[in-house]
Design a protein around this ligand. Structure first.
Ligand code: ARG
Length: 467
């Protein structure tokens, strides 16, 4: 015990300065999870109410005791929500904190609640319920982000910009098409969320410590009461599995990775050098020394949160790796990773949704950049294939020479004269100028999933029908 005369129990001289006494205080500190698992209070109480109700229904406890238990648990719920509840580290975790308070409130009947269950299935239940609810929140948040992108894509289906590979100007695309690339990514993230919910939609309660129980419980009843599709099928797996948490973290890492690529583009595009976008005041900050600056801090922080979320995934994978079945206390380390990643992800998605909705698109700058860097060179090569019957490889070579000539004359491809072009290949006619503008280039990319405005509009409609 840590109270009483701390002077008589000496703590470790090397590192025990903050401890009142020897190993038992350290034990308490390393063992306790109440500091973070109090977040599971609502799920714990819901699970206990379902369990007690089932126990009474099955005749395992009396209806009177069940009523006392349910009443007591509801009292505790309001105590916690009003801030009146006193959490104790001595009582280790949320499960024992609530049970101890229940005993104070209702007396011996409280001791019957833990019949036919263990903290092992209890924590598996509470945490699953929490993760499932978090996934439902993530699904909504992603839907809002997708909706923001669909609106911007529709607005800018005709806005031309340079498309990049290696961050070098490649071919003209539309900003609407670029937005829709993110819709595809976040759409897949959202389906990963939906799959994760389906995977974890099984109730752990009733697996007890690991072997099940001899009491005539009804696991289908508790599963139904708690909104699960059914009970888990193997009690050993139930108390030792945390892949629902790993699935949450994998989904979070992939989503965050997508968000960070978007964040990076926002950072680059908002520089004066690019100038493709202007961030709203609401999502940028100023510099304390340089008055002209407007910094994309929100985007930078989203980019950074990704490191943190990826770290959580790796941390929990490492905790779980090599653990023998069934429960081990190592698994208590699952929660902080998930809580931290969930908070970061929620914030990152919300910040991005706000930025996407608020950002000003500088269509003039995008258009000017779209035409530079010989972005329509592929269109010239394609024209030579189509109209002059050249094999693509030869057309590629001829076009390369045209680019070199334009470079030499410091002009764009479209500014070369017909005579210039014909000096490179005699079959070129003035019809070629029709394909050298960025608008013509973009409009010609009509293959399924291509950048032509009408194609992009089809994809927007496809997504709108699925939102
Ligand atoms: N706080 C514990 C955890 O989060 C609850 C389960 C404890 N089970 C046990 N057998 N000690 O994992």
């Amino acid at each position: 015990m840590t109270d009483g005369n701390s002077e008589t129990k000496s703590s470790n001289q090397m590192w025990g300065g903050r401890f009142a006494s020897g190993p038992d205080a350290i034990m308490e500190e390393i063992n306790a999870s109440i500091g973070f698992d109090k977040k599971l209070y609502a799920q714990d109480i819901r699970g206990s109410i379902a369990h007690a109700t089932m126990l009474a229904h099955q005749g395992i406890i009396s209806t009177e005791d069940k009523d006392k238990i349910v009443h007591g648990l509801n009292t505790i719920l309001s105590e916690i929500e009003s801030g009146a509840f006193e959490f104790s580290r001595r009582l280790e975790d949320i499960h024992m904190n609530i049970e101890a308070r229940l005993a104070t409130l209702i007396g011996p009947a409280a001791g019957r609640l833990h019949t036919a269950r263990s903290r092992n299935d209890q924590v598996a239940l509470d945490f699953r319920l929490w993760v499932k609810e978090e996934l439902q929140r993530t699904e909504k948040a992603l839907t809002a982000l997708i909706a923001a992108f669909l609106d911007r894509a529709e607005e800018h289906a005709d806005t031309v910009m340079p498309g990049f590979t290696h961050l070098q100007t490649a071919q003209p695309v539309t900003f609407g098409h670029h937005c829709m690339a993110y819709v595809e990514m976040f759409g897949r993230d959202r389906s990963r969320v939906r799959h994760a919910i389906e995977h974890m939609d099984e109730s752990p309660i009733g697996a007890a410590a690991l072997a099940g129980t001899g009491f005539p419980i009804d696991r289908h009843m508790t599963a139904k009461a708690l909104g699960f599709a059914g009970p888990t099928r193997n009690s050993i797996d139930t108390v030792s599995d945390r892949d629902f948490a790993l699935e949450f973290l994998s989904m979070a890492s992939i989503t965050a990775t997508h968000l960070s690529r978007l964040a990076e583009e926002i950072v680059i595009w908002s520089t004066p050098q690019f100038g493709f976008i202007r961030l709203s005041d609401a999502f940028s900050t100023g510099s304390s020394i340089m008055p002209q600056k407007k910094n994309p801090d929100a985007a930078e922080l989203v980019r950074a949160k990704t490191g943190r979320i990826n770290g959580s995934l790796v941390a929990l994978l490492t905790v779980m790796k090599g653990l023998p079945l069934a429960y081990s206390k190592d698994m208590q380390e699952d929660k902080e990773q998930v809580f931290d990643a969930a908070e970061s992800l929620e914030l990152a998605i919300a910040a991005m949704t706000g930025m996407v909705r608020d950002v000003t698109i500088r269509t003039d700058r995008m258009k000017a950049a779209a035409g530079s860097g010989y972005s329509t060179a592929t269109d010239l090569a394609d024209w030579l294939v189509r109209e002059a019957g050249l094999p693509f490889r030869d057309a590629h070579h001829v076009t390369g020479r045209a680019v070199a000539l334009a470079e030499q004359k410091s002009c764009d491809l479209a500014d070369l004269s017909l005579a210039d072009l014909q000096s490179i290949h005699a079959d070129i006619t003035d019809k070629v100028f029709d394909v050298l503008t960025v608008e013509a280039s973009v409009a010609s990319r009509t293959s399924f999933g291509g950048t032509a405005p009408n194609e992009v509009r089809k994809q927007i409609a496809w997504w709108r029908a699925r939102n």
